[in-house]
Design a protein around this ligand. Structure first.
Ligand SMILES: C[S@@+](CC[C@H](N)C(=O)[O-])C[C@H]1O[C@@H](n2cnc3c(N)ncnc32)[C@H](O)[C@@H]1O
Length: 466
């Protein structure tokens, strides 16, 4: 790898968390895109590695990404790296001293942290590692408690816990700049959330969705299947105005049975507004209302900067939409009058996604993003199954495995052109645009017994969809 030669072309190292692996690249790419920056990894880039070296950025870019990322733990200004400690030494001695010296002055304080990935080091070995860096021109005083500058030595022992090498595969050294937003996962955990339901979206995934949607300050974000508003909570945290709809009156009005253990009914203030209040973002709450996503109530306009949602998958009950006069069919057994209007009827999964894409193509601003979950039966899944729309470009498609045979895929699409009148109508019947023929078969497959390989826990896994 080329050594950096001036502060204007520094290399930065991201230290990523080893969960939600599939979601990390789309998150970081989206956050870079928000700043108008491309993703430029170095030649050694491995997507599954916890360490990524990035080029073409300045410290402000790195701070901007880390102010949003829940996939990245921390970021360093990379000073040196190599396959062994002697390669690291050569690399560090070649690093321009003009880049280092401002952080090594006599009157400064510093600390060196040692991190190892896939191996635990004894304290004595950590100290040895620190002592071995004596060739670096540290002039300042060590302060373990409140140092002005923190330096990190990171040793990567690969990703196979059953085959841990004696020596690290790769070593990095650099100046710590900033941590990511992993703390949001704990502070916004649904376990301590005021208003929750059976399908409340996990905090980490909600923030990942908001990041992939490139949600930014003063955006207007809409969730058509809002439930308890977990996605609105995440988007409001990033400064967006939020609103949503749900077919369920009780959910929207915070009434009915509670999802909490030891509590039969929801309390008087268990609603989405109270959730935002809990996190100090109530001022970003516009409103939510009872509405059927199959019959959107919005005027024809490019209203939303992002549409971010978790539609029902029909796991806990079959998916429903409201009935209408158009749905009147002659009852076979003559029980109902011919004018009977059904209160609700099946809402096939394929229709849910076709409607969602159609709605997004019409109501997103140009460049706005749709981020949603698509349930799939893994043995049958192929990329050709993804719902398409001529106005929406696929940006990313990440899998979260739910069981041996089922998963849900987080789909991110961006509006690239206005829908044309005819295209808008054609896509409803054209199989090229709605190849996802899941109907309610996902539900049948989920319950067909093929999921039980891992026993009961797997049946209970958070499938979120209903
Ligand atoms: C998976 S849940 C959403 C959970 C939500 N993300 C949360 O964090 O609480 C799906 C939601 O879609 C709603 N829903 C089902 N059919 C609908 C329809 N036809 N129109 C609007 N909402 C619907 C359900 O009432 C449910 O609240």
């Amino acid at each position: 790898m080329a050594t950096t030669t001036s502060r204007s072309c520094l290399q930065y190292l991201l230290h990523l968390a080893q969960d939600n692996l599939d979601f990390r690249l789309p998150e970081i790419k989206a956050l870079l895109a928000l700043r108008g920056k491309p993703f430029l990894p170095d030649a050694n880039f491995k997507e599954k590695s916890p360490f990524w070296c990035l080029d073409g950025l300045c410290e402000e870019d790195v701070r901007g990404i880390m102010a949003r990322s829940v996939c990245a733990k921390s970021a360093l200004e990379l000073w040196g790296h190599g396959k062994s400690h002697s390669e690291l030494k050569t690399s560090l001695l070649n690093y321009p001293s003009a880049n280092m010296l401002p952080f090594m002055q006599k009157d400064s304080t510093y600390r060196i942290n040692v991190y190892t990935f896939n191996k635990t080091l004894e304290m004595a070995d950590r100290i040895k590692r620190i002592d071995s860096l004596e060739y670096l021109p540290f002039e300042g005083t060590v302060s373990l408690k409140s140092p002005e500058h923190i330096f990190c030595l990171l040793e990567d022992y690969g990703t196979d816990p059953n085959n841990i090498p004696e020596h690290p595969d790769y070593i990095y050294f650099g100046r710590w700049i900033v941590d990511g937003q992993r703390e949001l996962i704990r502070s916004h955990s649904v376990k301590s959330r005021h208003f929750i339901g059976n399908t409340s979206m996990d905090a980490g995934l909600s923030f990942i969705m908001a990041n992939q949607a490139k949600v930014k300050e003063n955006d207007l974000v809409f969730d058509p299947f809002v439930g308890t508003g977990s996605l609105l909570v995440a988007c409001s945290q990033f400064g967006a105005y939020v609103c949503g709809t749900d077919i369920d009156y009780n959910t929207i009005h915070g009434k009915g049975r509670s999802s909490r253990k030891n509590q039969k009914w929801r309390g008087p203030d268990e609603n989405i507004r109270a959730n935002l209040r809990q996190y100090g973002t109530e001022k970003m709450y516009l409103d939510v209302m009872v509405s059927d996503a199959a019959k959107p109530v919005w005027r024809e306009a490019e209203l939303f900067d992002a549409i971010i949602t978790d539609p029902p998958y029909g796991i806990r009950e079959s998916t429903r939409r409201t009935g209408s006069h158009k749905d009147i069919t002659k009852p076979p057994d003559g029980i109902y009058a011919e004018s009977h209007v059904p209160v609700s009827q099946a809402y096939h999964l394929s229709d849910i996604f076709t409607d969602l894409l159609h709605f997004s193509a019409h109501h997103l601003v140009m460049g706005g993003r749709l981020v949603y979950w698509l349930p799939v039966h893994r043995p049958e899944y192929c990329e050709e199954m993804l719902p398409l729309h001529p106005s929406l470009q696929l940006i990313s498609n990440c899998e979260q495995t739910l069981s041996s045979h089922t998963s849900r895929r987080l789909i991110t699409m961006e509006k690239i052109k206005k829908p044309e009148e005819l295209e808008g109508l054609a896509h409803l019947t054209d199989p090229r645009f709605c190849p996802y023929q899941g109907h309610n078969a996902f539900r049948e497959k989920y319950f067909s017994g093929v999921n039980k390989r891992c026993g009961k826990d797997e049946e209970k896994s958070d499938v979120s969809g209903e």
